[in-house]
Every structure is written in C-alpha cells, then in structure tokens.
Design a protein around this ligand. Structure first.
Ligand SMILES: *[C@@H]1O[C@H](CO)[C@@H](O)[C@H](O)[C@H]1NC(C)=O
Ligand SMILES: *[C@@H]1O[C@H](CO)[C@@H](O)[C@H](O)[C@H]1NC(C)=O
Ligand SMILES: *[C@@H]1O[C@H](CO)[C@@H](O)[C@H](O)[C@H]1NC(C)=O
Ligand SMILES: *[C@@H]1O[C@H](CO)[C@@H](O)[C@H](O)[C@H]1NC(C)=O
Ligand SMILES: *[C@@H]1O[C@H](CO)[C@@H](O)[C@H](O)[C@H]1NC(C)=O
Ligand SMILES: *[C@@H]1O[C@H](CO)[C@@H](O)[C@H](O)[C@H]1NC(C)=O
Ligand SMILES: *[C@@H]1O[C@H](CO)[C@@H](O)[C@H](O)[C@H]1NC(C)=O
Ligand SMILES: *[C@@H]1O[C@H](CO)[C@@H](O)[C@H](O)[C@H]1NC(C)=O
Ligand SMILES: *[C@@H]1O[C@H](CO)[C@@H](O)[C@H](O)[C@H]1NC(C)=O
Ligand SMILES: *[C@@H]1O[C@H](CO)[C@@H](O)[C@H](O)[C@H]1NC(C)=O
Ligand SMILES: [Cu+2]
Length: 395
C-alpha cells in the first residue's frame, strides 16, 4: 500500500516549529539614530583613547549569529564552567568554577546593585568582565567582532498564532544544539511570586524541571539559591547565604505570559522615548513592584524563570542571564545616544536597594568593585562604551 505525499504533508508541517520573530523596527530605528549621534559625538573629539567607532567591537543579537558563531560562544561558556575558581574556598566553599566566581559576586552584591545608583553601570561592567573572561581564558574570538546580545524586544510576543507567541520556539530557547538550551521538563509547580506582592503571580508554565536539551543540558548549578521562586529549591536552602556547595540541576520555566506583558517592542520603545531623565528611565526599566509591574528588566529574568533564573541573587547561574543583560545594556546605550550631551554623565539613586537601609546618593566617582573578577573602575569610566576601558557598540 502506498501513501500519497498529500496525506503526509500536514504531519511534517506540524513537526516543524513555526517561529516568527516579532518586529523590532522601532527600537532598531532608535538605535540607528543613536549610532548616528554617536558618530557626530566621536567626530567632535570626545574620544581620547585608542577606541574609535571603526575599531569598536560590535555586539549582535543571538538570532543573527550563524550556528558556528553560536557554538563558539556556548563552548566558551562551558569552558568557564569547567575552569577552576579563583574565589577563596574558605570564604565561599560552593564556588568551584570560574563561572561560579561571577555568580558569587552577583549574590554577594545583590543588595547594593539593584534599584541603586549603580544598577546600570555595575551590570555593564559585569557583562563586559565576563566577556573578557570568555575571550582571555576560554579562547572565545567570537565572530569578528564579539556579540552576546539578547534582544528582549526580539522575543516573540503576541503575533498571529499562540505558537509564535511562545519564547520556547525562539532561537534562544528552542532547545537545539544552537540554542542556549530549552525549557525545563515539566514538573508540577505553583505560580511564581516574582514580586514581593501577589499582584503578578506568574502562572506556572510548561517547564519547572531540569533542562535536558541543548548545550547546557544536565548543567549543575553550585551556589544558592538565596531568594528562590521554585518551592522545591526553597526547601534545600532556607538557611544559607549562597556560599555553600549546593549542586542541583539547572531548571527553567520559560514564560510567554511574562514576555507578552512586560518585554514587548512597545514596552522597550516607550521606555526609551518617554523617560528623559535617568531616574525615571532606570526606575521604569526595573519595574514598579508595588504596582505589580516587572519592567523590561524584571520581565527578562522571569521569562527565563526557574532555579536559579527566578532568584534575584542567583540569576547569573542561568547562562541566558548574560544575553538578557546585554539587551538591558543596549537599551541604556540607545537611551544615552538619543541625547549624549545630557545623558552620559548622569546618575541618580543611592547605594542600597530601594534606599533600604537609607544610604547616601551614588556619584560618578564611586567604584564598581568586582573583587576577584577585575580591578575596580569608577562609574564615570564606564558610562560611555567608547571613552574609557570599554570599546564596543551594538548593531
Ligand atoms: C579621556 O578623558 C577622560 C575624561 O575626560 C579621562 O578620565 C581619561 O583619563 C582620558 N583618557 C585618556 C587616554 O586620555
Ligand atoms: C538581524 O536579522 C534580522 C532578520 O533577519 C535582519 O532584519 C537584521 O538586519 C539583522 N541585523 C543585523 C545587525 O545583522
Ligand atoms: C562579599 O562582600 C563583602 C562586602 O559586602 C566583602 O567584604 C567580601 O570580600 C565579599 N566576598 C567575596 C568573596 O568577594
Ligand atoms: C569558531 O572557533 C573555531 C576554533 O577557534 C574557529 O576556527 C572558527 O573560525 C570560529 N568560527 C566562527 C564563526 O567564529
Ligand atoms: C503549592 O503551594 C501550596 C501552598 O503553599 C503547597 O502546599 C503545595 O505543596 C505547592 N505545590 C507545589 C507543586 O509546589
Ligand atoms: C542527563 O540526565 C539524564 C537524566 O538524569 C540522564 O539520563 C542522562 O544520561 C544525562 N546525560 C548526560 C550527558 O549526562
Ligand atoms: C555565610 O554564612 C556562613 C555560615 O552561616 C558564615 O560563616 C559566613 O560568614 C556568611 N557569609 C557572608 C558573606 O555573609
Ligand atoms: C507592554 O506592551 C504590551 C503590548 O505590546 C502592552 O499591552 C502593555 O500594556 C505594555 N506594558 C507596559 C507596562 O507598558
Ligand atoms: C509605583 O506604583 C505605585 C502604586 O501604583 C505608585 O504609588 C508609585 O508612585 C509608583 N512608583 C513609581 C516610582 O512610579
Ligand atoms: C540625593 O538625590 C536626591 C534626588 O536627586 C536629592 O533630592 C537629594 O537632595 C540628594 N541628597 C543629597 C544629600 O545630596
Ligand atoms: Cu543583577
């Protein structure tokens, strides 16, 4: 008996995931305008070192990298995860690898780097330092030049079909060899209390369990959790401060419920165009917890979810963290470039999260100290990605 191809065609069609990236035309246009302003600014003699727009590294979106470029990146991350730590083992016995060195600094400094004056600059320096470790210690050459950008706004949001609105089908989370691994396997869990109020309890998605696909399948997280949002991990850790060795599988619960509400192209566009001062820009980006809003920053984290992705302290334990913060940094960069004269040397906020406990205002002279990871730098030296130790742009 013969089967006609007409009969089979619909079955094959079903097996191929349909993924349509959402348009990022508005933010891309803002980025292009900003780049043009940056060229004018550079031509006016504002760059005094060796960095120029022409020799700056270009960070590109994950979805725009070739398969071989993606593998080179994930292989370098896996290398960092298998290189011995430099952190003092008597202080942090759980830090086993270079990757853990990075994770621990975020854990240890969480209360002084979020909803603070240094939120943007600290994370810019953190991502840059990580990129340097990939290059200098793990042979990452990237393509020419390097990129680790996660365009939050390029995550699929509500398009024509429910499948396309699902981030799981995006090139980051599709679980293939050229993704950053897929969702966790399904494991029953409650909704995720991402905010301190119950205003936005994130409905449990299709994951919640360990990751068994893609480059980071069967990965082990060593540190934390500290502020877990998956009930099971809370049982493991309620007593520690994130320093002990607590090996467990990397879990995710990828959530389109979050991404379609707080990290759409519209959300990024209005963030950039409707907040002209640094205070409202950084506050809107981080969300308003009492109003039940995640902001594009919080939304990126809770689109990943799980353990450690849903834990504010331990979130860099999920490799997608770095790409999300690449996009957060890009969004700051686009905002700065709309009005460089007024948006580069500005700072607002205090030294402690939501000013609790009360602390002084941050200044551009304050240092960003990543301890074992890098020598300290002043905030004023990283407000520009071209004039200082940094030398990169986004495309
Ligand atoms: C460039 O200028 C900045 C600020 O004006 C200064 O801090 C820095 O030392 C200068 N760098 C060089 C290489 O001259
Ligand atoms: C990234 O890919 C999109 C879609 O293919 C394309 O429109 C865009 O120009 C690309 N961007 C870069 C910088 O290559
Ligand atoms: C953790 O942070 C404290 C300051 O809050 C610092 O003294 C200590 O050295 C840090 N620990 C490590 C291992 O970096
Ligand atoms: C990936 O890395 C290999 C080995 O270092 C290198 O030969 C190759 O050119 C890289 N591919 C890309 C696209 O950068
Ligand atoms: C959900 O929360 C309830 C109430 O806190 C708890 O009893 C239950 O064990 C939780 N279920 C899961 C799967 O975590
Ligand atoms: C990953 O974990 C699964 C489930 O525990 C196991 O069956 C599989 O052998 C592991 N794969 C690797 C490469 O360790
Ligand atoms: C973490 O907790 C351990 C055990 O309670 C304690 O010895 C250590 O000083 C704490 N470390 C930090 C950075 O708070
Ligand atoms: C985010 O964008 C979506 C549509 O793209 C919109 O429905 C929602 O209200 C926006 N959220 C905020 C906080 O602006
Ligand atoms: C956050 O939301 C609350 C409640 O809606 C509101 O009172 C407050 O002004 C908002 N804060 C900011 C910084 O927008
Ligand atoms: C701290 O900054 C706030 C907001 O810009 C300002 O109102 C306040 O006066 C500053 N405090 C000090 C002590 O300078
Ligand atoms: Cu952070």
């Amino acid at each position: 008996m013969r089967f006609s191809s007409v009969v089979w065609a619909p079955l094959f069609a079903l097996s191929a995931a349909t993924y349509t990236p959402a348009s990022t035309a508005n933010t891309d246009q803002l980025a292009a305008n900003g780049l043009s302003n940056l060229a004018t600014w550079a031509a006016a003699g504002n760059l005094n070192g060796t960095c120029t727009l022409q020799n700056a590294a270009v960070r590109r979106e994950w979805g725009n990298l070739t398969n071989s470029e993606r593998s080179n990146y994930t292989n370098a991350v896996l290398c960092l995860m298998s290189t011995p730590a430099k952190t003092d083992a008597t202080q942090v016995p759980g830090a086993k690898t270079r990757y853990d060195d990075f994770l621990y600094q975020h854990i240890n400094q969480t209360l002084t780097i979020h909803n603070t004056a240094n939120f943007l600059s600290w994370h810019r320096w953190f991502v840059y330092t990580y990129e340097q470790a990939l290059r200098n210690e793990c042979g990452y050459t990237g393509y020419q030049p390097v990129s680790i950008v996660f365009q939050t706004s390029a995550m699929p949001y509500l398009t024509k079909s429910s499948i396309a609105a699902d981030p799981i089908n995006s090139p980051i989370f599709d679980g293939g060899d050229y993704s950053l691994s897929g969702n966790g396997v399904y494991e029953a869990h409650n909704c995720t209390e991402g905010l301190p109020t119950d205003l936005s309890c994130i409905p449990a998605g299709q994951g919640g369990g360990c990751i068994y696909s893609g480059p980071f399948k069967n990965s082990t997280v060593h540190l934390g959790p500290v502020s877990p949002t998956l009930a099971e991990s809370e049982i493991v850790t309620s007593e520690n401060n994130g320093t002990i060795y607590n090996p467990r599988c990397l879990k995710r619960d990828v959530s389109s419920w979050v991404s379609t509400r707080w990290s759409t192209e519209d959300n990024s566009t209005t963030l950039i165009t409707e907040n002209s001062d640094i205070d409202s820009f950084q506050t809107t980006m981080q969300g308003n917890f009492t109003a039940g809003s995640y902001g594009v920053h919080g939304a990126g984290h809770f689109t990943i979810g799980g353990d450690p992705g849903g834990d504010i302290y331990t979130s860099p334990g999920d490799p997608v963290f770095w790409l999300h913060h690449g996009q957060i940094d890009r969004t700051w960069w686009i905002w700065q470039n709309q009005d460089i004269a007024n948006r580069l040397d500005v700072i607002s906020g205090t030294l402690t999260m939501n000013d609790s406990p009360a602390s002084r205002n941050g200044t551009l002279d304050d240092l960003l100290d990543l301890r074992v990871l890098a020598d300290p730098v002043a905030i004023k030296d990283v407000v520009s990605t071209l004039a200082g130790p940094l030398c990169y742009i986004y495309m």
